[in-house]
Design a protein around this ligand. Structure first.
Ligand code: T5A
Length: 220
């Protein structure tokens, strides 16, 4: 059975995941592949509805358990209906966030017991685990500045900040340390990339790593 590759981008707020997922998609398309770009929370019609619910500024306060259950409800649909079928058909899948985000936001920062996370992960993700995770690392100040800029842009456009955007420097630092700890624990899957470089330099580093690790020499 053909099998595609599953790559995830992770990192704190404003670390550049969306930008880099798009650029990696472009690079793969330039080599004749047709990657599926997706995101979490979201990625399937049901999961996008859950995204709207969870990020709705009007319902900003939820427990880490409520959040994790909602994120995994969305993830179950996303994995079953979008990610797994694409991988089985041989497509590459690039996801802007996946389970590591729950591990950092709800467990490390939110205090959800690790056992609960592991149980949900086992039920929902099963064997559909990323082949490679690119963690974009930026200092807390940079993440906060980029998140604040986005919030101001939304305010100018008349939109509220979502439930996850109104947070401080300490929160961004905890996110950063959470993602770096995952990278340290799983060096074969995870690669930390300096997200403070200009976008094209980050993209070049991402591409060099993906090409080296995942493309056969004759296609490079
Ligand atoms: N969440 C999610 C959980 O709590 N648990 C979970 O399980 C999951 C899946 C999602 C929220 O949900 C939480 C985490 C989040 O708080 P979101 O809207 O997807 O919300 O939020 P983010 O993923 O944080 O998205 P952002 O858009 O803020 O960040 P990105 O995708 O990392 O960054 P990007 O590429 O959109 O860029 C942000 C800004 O920085 C600039 C861009 O132009 C843009 O203005 N930028 C750069 N500037 C300078 N140098 C670079 N290299 C740059 N790269 C991008």
């Amino acid at each position: 059975m053909p099998s595609g590759r599953f790559i995830t981008f992770e990192g704190g707020e404003g670390s550049g995941k969306t930008t880099q997922a798009r650029l990696l998609g472009d690079a793969l398309r330039a080599r004749g592949l047709e990657p599926l770009l997706t995101r979490e929370p979201g990625g399937s019609p049901f999961a996008e509805q859950v995204r709207n619910l969870v990020l709705d500024p009007a319902t900003a306060q939820h427990s880490a358990l409520s959040e994790a259950l909602l994120f995994y409800a969305a993830r179950a649909d996303h994995v079953e209906k979008v990610i797994r079928p694409a991988l089985v058909s041989g497509r590459w899948v690039i996801s802007d966030r996946f389970s590591d985000s729950t591990r950092v936001y709800q467990v490390e920062v939110g205090g959800l017991p690790l056992d609960v996370f592991k149980a949900l992960e086992l039920i929902v993700v099963k064997l559909t685990y990323p082949d490679m995770t690119l963690i974009l690392d930026v200092p807390a100040e940079v993440g906060l500045t980029r998140a604040t800029t986005r919030r101001l842009a939304r305010a100018i456009a008349g939109e509220d900040a979502d439930a996850y955007e109104k947070r401080d420097l300490e929160f961004h630092e905890r996110l950063r340390q959470g993602f770096l700890a995952i990278a340290e624990a799983e060096p074969r899957r995870c690669k930390v990339i300096d997200g403070t470089q200009p976008p094209e330099k980050v993209a070049a580093e991402v591409w060099a790593y993906v090409e080296h690790r995942m493309l056969p020499p004759e296609t490079r």
